[in-house]
Design a protein around this ligand. Structure first.
Ligand code: DX5
Ligand code: ZN
Length: 227
C-alpha cells in the first residue's frame, strides 16, 4: 500500500561538527529540515560517550528544530525529567535498558514530551506491542548502537515491514523511525516498508551542501512512497 504521509529526515548530530553545534543547527534549519536527532550515550549501555542535558538546553534556546532525543543510557527512567526540561520534543528510550518500560513511557508523556521506544537489531517487536497506543514513535535500530558510519543490517528491513503491519492491526498512529546506515540509496525501500522518520548521520553530514543532501533523501523517499 502506498505511504502517503510525508517522510521526515532527522539528521543525527553524532556526525556533525561538535565544536560548531550552534552553526550546524542553524544550517539544518536553513536547509528546510524540521527534525534533529540527538544521540546521548553513557559509556555503559553503549561503548561511547557523547553529551547530556546541559548542552541540549543551551542550544534549545536558539533553535526552532524539533528535538528528537535518543537516549542510549542504562536505566533511562532516572533522567527523564532532565531531558524533557532540557527541551526534548520526542524522548526515546531503549527497551533493553529499562526494566519498567511502561512506567517510563507514561512518565515521558506526563512530563510533556512525546514518548518513543528504541529496539536494538535483535530485540523482538513484542517488546513494544502492548505499548503501541501510548507510543508516538518506535525506533528500529538498523545497526548496533554506539557509533555512526556502520552498515545497515539487512534483516531490519523485514522488521520495519512487520512493525508497520502490527501498528495497522492495532489501529495505532505510532510513527516508525529507522536509525543506522540510512542513505538515499536505501531510503526508497525503507519508506516502501513503512518508515516515517529516517535518521541519517554520516550519509547526511558527510555529503554537504545540506539543502541538496536533504533533497536527495526526499526524492528517494518520494520514489519509495509510490511503490
Ligand atoms: C548510532 C546512532 C545513530 C548514528 C547513525 O548509535 O544512534 O543515530 O548517528 O549514524 P549513521 O547514519 O552514520 O549510521
Ligand atoms: Zn540515534
Amino acid at each position: 500500500m502506498p505511504n502517503n504521509k510525508p517522510v521526515i529526515l532527522a539528521p543525527s548530530l553524532l556526525s556533525s561538527d561538535f565544536g560548531r553545534l550552534r552553526e550546524e543547527l542553524a544550517a539544518l534549519e536553513h536547509a528546510g529540515i524540521e527534525w534533529v536527532h540527538w544521540d546521548v550515550m553513557d559509556g555503559m549501555f553503549v561503548p561511547n560517550i557523547t553529551l547530556g542535558p546541559p548542552i541540549i538546553a543551551k542550544l534549545r534556546k536558539d533553535s526552532r528544530l524539533f528535538f528528537d532525543v535518543h537516549l542510549m543510557i542504562e536505566a533511562p527512567g532516572r533522567y527523564l525529567k532532565e531531558f524533557v526540561d532540557a527541551g526534548a520534543d520526542v524522548l526515546c528510550i531503549h527497551a533493553e535498558a529499562e526494566v519498567h518500560l511502561e512506567r517510563a513511557v507514561s512518565e515521558i508523556a506526563r512530563l510533556g514530551a512525546k514518548p518513543a521506544v528504541a529496539l536494538n537489531p535483535h530485540t523482538p517487536l513484542d517488546h513494544v506491542h502492548y505499548l503501541l497506543p501510548e507510543l508516538y514513535m518506535v525506533l528500529i535500530m538498523s545497526v548496533n548502537p554506539g557509533f555512526g558510519g556502520q552498515s545497515f543490517i539487512p534483516f531490519c528491513k523485514d522488521k520495519i515491514c512487520e512493525l508497520k503491519t502490527m501498528i495497522t492491526q492495532a489501529g495505532a498512529t505510532t510513527l516508525i523511525q529507522v536509525d543506522g546506515g540510512v542513505s538515499p540509496e536505501n531510503t526508497g525501500e525503507l519508506v516502501a516498508c513503512g518508515a516515517d522518520v529516517l535518521v541519517s548521520g554520516s550519509a547526511f553530514f558527510g555529503r554537504p551542501p545540506y539543502p541538496e543532501r536533504h533533497q536527495a533523501f526526499l526524492d528517494a523517499a518520494a520514489l519509495g512512497a509510490k511503490r
